[in-house]
Design a protein around this ligand. Structure first.
Ligand code: ADP
Ligand code: MG
Length: 287
């Protein structure tokens, strides 16, 4: 292993994953490599369908890659038998999803407590750990609330407390701000930042929310399953050659390069029209 192994909590090396549906195969992630060190926040951005969730699921040992290797906190999960993976997921990785995914019939406290208990703690210890975590996340007065009684931001903070329940070195977040208003979204991202800076977690967050770039140590760009270091500027825009609308490159439904010129598309509809007859639109936009 490389000399970075001591600090890199997460190492992803040349990982690929394809989905087969009937006769079509989608290459969701292609030859992706990245590392996340303790104390670091790394963002993965990219358009919808570019493979972000697939990449994150593999990092959390929820999904096995077809090729490549992944180390989670020093454990090569790609060489770990299936029956040993639940333990890795429980203790080494905390997941925060797009929606909080809390158990509806359990209180905030219980939602966190059950995860601590699952790792072998007594009910009493689990309760006090859950209480401490929720208090740290400014939810000390919401312990007995059911998920439906919480605001979106509060529910996501409970989800973070749950992700931290067993003090994992790695926190993975898949579009954690997607269902939050922008102010609550900022707060959530600053919470993730604190996890890295004050508690030494390795944080890998997937998002296409460019407002939260400020908290990132590094930003990776994923497009068609391939990682690149430098994303297009968030403010860079182009004109959709099909409908003529202005498109933020970052939020484009897709991009094409024809004869050395890049085109960005507002939606799948325009992308399909373009693909059916590129010459038509290329000629128009050059005229
Ligand atoms: P993102 O999170 O960036 O939107 P995903 O990782 O969800 O991207 O998807 C990447 C590609 O793989 C997409 O083309 C998507 O349609 C496809 N895909 C994702 N999950 C599955 C699945 N379970 N079966 C088949 N195709 C899938
Ligand atoms: Mg996704």
């Amino acid at each position: 292993m490389s000399e970075t192994a001591a600090t890199d909590a997460l190492i992803v090396s040349k990982v690929s994953k394809a989905y087969v549906a009937g006769e079509t195969e989608v290459q969701a992630v292609a030859d992706a490599s990245l590392t996340v060190a303790r104390g670091e926040v790394v963002l993965v951005q990219g358009p919808s369908g570019s493979g972000k969730t697939t990449l994150l699921a593999m990092c959390g040992a929820l999904l096995r890659p077809d090729a490549g290797r992944i180390w989670v906190d020093g454990i090569e999960v790609t060489a770990t038998p299936e029956r040993r993976l639940p333990e890795v997921r429980l203790r080494r990785v905390g997941f925060v999803f797009q929606s909080a995914n809390l158990l509806a019939n359990l209180t905030a406290l219980e939602n966190v407590q059950v995860v601590v208990e699952a790792a072998g703690a007594t009910r009493r210890d689990a309760g006090s750990r859950a209480r401490d975590l929720l208090a740290e996340l400014r939810l000390g007065d919401r312990l007995d609330s059911l998920p439906r009684q919480l605001s979106g931001g509060e529910a996501q903070r409970v989800a973070i407390a749950r992700a931290l329940a067993n003090d994992p070195p790695i926190v993975l977040a898949d579009e954690p701000t997607a269902n939050l208003d922008s102010r609550t979204g900022y707060q959530l991202m600053h919470t993730l930042e604190l996890l890295a800076k004050e508690r030494g977690k390795a944080v890998l967050a997937v998002t296409h929310d460019h407002r939260i770039e400020d908290v990132a140590d590094r930003i990776l760009w994923l497009e068609d399953g391939r990682l690149a270091d430098r994303p297009p500027s968030a403010t860079e825009t182009d004109r959709d050659p099909v409908c003529g609308m202005t498109v933020t490159i970052e939020h484009a439904a897709g991009r094409r390069t024809v004869a050395g010129h890049d085109y960005a598309f507002c939606s799948e509809i325009c992308l399909d029209r373009f693909d059916a007859d590129p010459d038509r639109y290329v000629n128009i936009s050059r005229a």
